[in-house]
Design a protein around this ligand. Structure first.
Ligand SMILES: C[S@@+](CC[C@H](N)C(=O)[O-])C[C@H]1O[C@@H](n2cnc3c(N)ncnc32)[C@H](O)[C@@H]1O
Length: 304
């Protein structure tokens, strides 16, 4: 028995099994060539393989690949801020055990600032793997309004800027006058390296005053920042304070959080609208992260 298993363990898997997307079809056994070519031409499967590695790729059923939801919190730890989806199954065991994923997925004893600090260097790798699309969609909508209302020199605040993904998109669209604010110094260090912001400033939107920026900004973008436990609805008052009259605010928030009146985000926005301080310009619904996330609102509001 032991001998048989030892033999198995000593087997060397063929090269085409280790990475079926990197081999030339003629180098594999004839009976596999057609199937291999079909697999190699399937972009979706290639993306899944890249995300999961061979072990998990081979073990997933098709349904699990497309809907990789793990409901078993017991085995993996409590899921983190519900802003992030249940994405077990997208990652190999080694990836799951990394600090990086525990940072983004699971509650630990540390605080939000610790978590973002621990993961700052890997943030863009992991969000790319997760197909985090909040910045692309949110910035596209934001730019649509910027183009109608302001010049390329307008004063933009990237709030909860993180590593500066939105700032980079804005820079490539020609916007040059940008400030980044974030809670995490480590995330801001990554943003600063890009050289796209005129200033990067550490602030906690829940605790700190933004008075030094009063009335300065034509436009504020805030992507992936509003959710319970991270940034409270009251922050919207502070944001309003840093905007010029006529200025715009684009932000994202999961529909389930916004529509849950007890959480206060919708109530805050609606009461500011009733008071005549804000006007809603647009509301779009899409996911924040790839196909597996829940819906989020992409809202754009104008300071009256
Ligand atoms: C999911 S990331 C989004 C970053 C960036 N906007 C993007 O889309 O890539 C959330 C960011 O919000 C920041 N953040 C969390 N709580 C905050 C707070 N109370 N005040 C300021 N920033 C906060 C985090 O440090 C993190 O960089």
């Amino acid at each position: 028995m032991i001998k048989r298993f030892t033999d198995l363990l000593e087997l060397e898997p063929p090269h085409w099994l280790i990475d079926p997307f990197c081999v030339d079809a003629p180098t594999v056994p004839l009976y596999l060539q057609e199937e291999l070519m079909d697999l190699q031409s399937d972009c979706e499967e290639k993306a899944h393989f890249t995300m999961m590695g061979m072990n998990d790729f081979g073990l997933q059923s098709q349904d699990e690949i497309h809907f990789p939801i793990c409901e078993n919190k017991e085995s993996t730890g409590e899921l983190a801020d519900t802003n992030f989806p249940k994405i077990d199954g997208l990652f190999s065991e080694s990836e799951k055990s990394s600090k990086l994923l525990s940072w983004i997925l699971y509650h630990e004893e540390n605080t939000i600032v610790d978590r973002y600090s621990d993961g700052a260097k890997e943030y863009e790798d992991i969000t790319t793997k997760l197909e985090y699309r909040g910045p692309t969609i949110g910035t596209r909508i934001f730019i649509k309004f910027l183009e109608q209302m302001f010049s390329k020199e307008c004063n933009i605040l990237d709030l909860g800027a993180g590593t500066g993904i939105c700032g980079e998109l804005l820079k490539s669209a020609g916007y040059i006058n940008m400030t980044a604010i974030d809670l995490s110094v480590s995330m801001l260090e990554q943003a600063k390296k890009k050289g796209i912001y005129k200033a990067v400033v550490q602030k906690d939107l829940n605790e700190d005053s933004l008075d030094e920026f009063e009335g300065q900004f034509n436009a504020v973008i805030c992507i992936g920042v509003f959710f319970p436990g991270q940034v409270e609805p009251q922050a919207i008052d502070k944001i309003l304070g840093v905007m010029k009259p006529g200025g715009i605010l684009s932000f994202t928030i999961r529909t389930e959080f916004y529509d849950n009146e007890a959480l206060g985000y919708k109530t805050k926005c609606e009461s500011l609208q009733k008071e005549g301080k804000l006007k809603q310009l647009s509301s779009e619904i899409d996911t924040l992260i790839g196909k597996i996330d829940k819906d989020a609102y992409y809202l754009t509001l104008q300071k009256v």
